[in-house]
Design a protein around this ligand. Structure first.
Ligand code: NOJ
Length: 601
């Protein structure tokens, strides 16, 4: 089963949860001193905020967000406590995949602004101690990239071998693709090119041909792209689809994924589903990561972070992404916690524990939301346990639980614009309104990713303050903007926005929550997820999250963990809850959260 098509994650996560995948054996944690050294960089314990530029802030009234819009909102992001912004692609692009089909890696798409606007964003962000992280799409380019146009022009041009060209397989005198590989976005992954009389491989859309990473010239060209942006002052790169760079050199057919009837199961696009053992996470990717890291370290003086889009099945595979000598990614994304997609205390405990013990002291990067998956409102379920979207009865309580796991864990935290005000997934209801091509192709089973990409809701005015006049915005503004918006939540003391501001401030400023070690508490509790954070000077903080819609009361025995006090000073709790006096009785309402410092009584 392919795991890069992140829209499939709900299903994928369910399969993990159902035990299809075996978590790897955990390795022992490294010694304290090497752990400390590994966490001595700006990105450790940091907060990274993903912006989908089309949807954040439009400054010129064309209904599409832009760079000057982002610059105008830096004060807001600074107040939220953000250390870095990850921008999804802003390069020139035909926009088939809204920027993930790049046609020039060293320029800015005029829809988003100019290079001067970009430079101003970097320098204004720097004044606020905010780094800019670019999205680097290494697996594929646009078919309108001059590299591909040259490669496709003949079998003998200088770039003839820059992409994955293959001869047709002739079956009974008919031309067929070389094998059964399918695109993550539907249909065969092979496209016939009449000029070359060959197929080319595309993991994603037909307009996104895969580069040939076995070619040293391709590698060199992409490392130069990284250097170009480092010299413009970027703080790092998020590496798109990084596990997909290599494919089986023998082009072997993928095995079919079988349904309960023993026949290949059929996906939302009507294709027979296949595994990804020959097309994903091949070992050669580690050579590239080491080379790229060496290049970015040299150009950026060790200040440039490499973040990976790493949908992986086990903590062992995730661990490998850091490199045997810490010479690959500094922050491969841990998708195994955030995309459990249901409140299962045992699974959360197990996966967070794995991140603590299975990464040899490296920093985990937790993430719950991005532009490819339904927003965190997916954690709401109906009576039958199926995910529901929108504003359910416990929407805000659930949001506080998720923010607490994200920001009160020992991790780098990655969040998505709009999470902090509780924006909900708003998918199109009619096929003719869909903008994301996979939603058009897969309708109605696959509605695409528009629902999590709607414009940021800044205020209750025209276009929710996203666009400067009453322009037609590229995706509709969800009707909830009248009440769910930044301006309204800034006025409301108990809002989601204030919860995010407060918990991020604790992550930044409270020593135990900033970098203290983490230990799970009450391991047999099926209802409440609790953990202890303790810093080197002995400050101890307990965190408790009720994963159920029923009130719960928990008690803690911390003496075995070297914590002597039993009193509590509340740092943050669900609004309206009575503050507990001691660790002997911490009462939590439905999906309630409590964070408190342990003290002598
Ligand atoms: C992952 C990106 O997050 C997604 O939006 C994109 O469609 C694919 N990679 C292809 O680049």
């Amino acid at each position: 089963m392919k795991r890069i098509g992140a829209v499939l994650l709900l299903l994928t996560a369910f399969l993990w949860s159902a035990g299809e995948l075996t978590p790897a054996q955990q390795s022992a944690p490294a010694g304290q001193s090497s752990q400390t050294a590994k966490r001595d960089h700006w990105w450790n314990n940091a907060v990274i905020y993903e912006i989908y530029p089309r949807s954040f802030q439009d400054s010129n009234g064309d209904g599409i967000g832009d760079l000057n819009g982002i610059t105008s909102r830096l004060g807001y992001l600074q107040k939220l406590g953000v250390d870095a912004i990850w921008l999804t692609p802003i390069y020139p692009s035909p926009q088939v995949d809204f920027g993930y089909d790049i046609s020039n890696y060293e320029a800015v798409d005029s829809q988003y602004g100019t290079m001067a606007d970009f430079d101003r964003l970097v320098s204004e962000a720097k004044k606020r101690n905010i780094g800019i992280i670019m999205d680097l799409v290494l697996n594929h380019t646009s078919d309108k990239d001059p590299w591909f146009e040259e490669s496709a022009s003949s079998r003998t041009n200088p770039k003839a071998d820059w992409y994955m060209w293959r001869d047709a397989k002739m079956v009974d005198g008919h031309r067929e693709p070389p094998n059964n590989w399918i695109s993550d976005f539907g249909g065969s992954a092979w496209q016939w090119d009449p000029a070359r009389q060959q197929y080319y491989y595309h993991e994603f859309y037909v307009q996104q041909p895969d580069l040939n990473w076995n070619n040293p010239q391709v590698r060199g060209a992409m490392y130069n792209v990284a250097r170009f942006w480092i010299h413009r002052g970027v703080a790092g790169f998020r590496l798109d689809a990084i596990t997909a760079l290599f494919e089986d050199p023998q082009d072997r057919d993928e095995p079919y994924v079988l349904g309960p009837d023993g026949k290949p199961s059929i996906d939302a696009y009507g294709d027979k589903e296949v595994t990804d053992i020959y097309t994903n996470n091949l070992p050669e990717v580690h050579d590239v990561l080491r080379e790229l890291r060496a290049a970015t370290n040299a150009a950026g003086g060790g200040r440039v972070v490499l973040i990976g889009e790493t949908y992986l099945n086990s903590i062992a595979d995730l661990h490998k992404m850091y490199g045997a000598h810490n010479d690959e990614l500094q922050l491969p994304m841990d998708m195994q916690v955030g995309f459990i997609n249901r409140f299962d205390v045992g699974l959360f405990r197990e996966r967070i524990d794995e991140a603590e013990t299975g990464l040899n002291g490296d920093e985990p990067l937790f993430v719950f939301d991005n532009h490819d998956n339904p927003r965190w409102d997916r954690y709401q379920t109906d009576a039958a346990g199926a995910p529901t979207f929108g504003y359910g009865p416990h929407h805000d309580d659930i949001g506080r639980v998720i923010a607490t796991v994200l920001f009160a864990s020992r991790d780098t935290a990655m969040m998505y614009y709009g999470d902090e005000i509780g924006m909900v997934t708003t998918p199109p209801t009619r096929k003719e309104d869909v903008r994301d091509p996979i939603g058009i192709k897969g309708w109605p089973k696959e509605k695409g990713r528009d629902g999590e990409r709607t414009p940021m809701q800044w205020n209750a005015g025209p276009d929710a303050g996203f666009s400067s006049d009453d322009a037609k915005t590229w995706l509709p503004i969800p009707s909830s903007y009248k009440t769910v918006n930044v301006a309204a939540e800034e006025r409301e003391p108990d809002s989601m926005l204030h919860w995010y501001q407060q918990i991020i401030a604790l992550k930044r400023n409270d020593p135990a929550l900033h970098e203290g070690e983490e230990t799970m508490l009450n391991r047999s509790d099926d209802h409440v997820l609790s953990w202890l954070r303790k810093d080197a000077n002995g400050e101890a903080v307990i965190v408790a999250c009720n994963f159920t819609d029923q009130p719960q009361t928990v008690r803690f025995n911390l003496s075995a963990l070297g914590v002597s006090g039993t009193g509590l000073k509340t740092l943050l709790e669900t609004p309206g809850a009575p503050a507990p006096q001691s660790i002997d009785a911490v009462a939590l309402g439905p999906f309630g959260v409590y964070i408190g410092q342990v003290r002598s009584k």
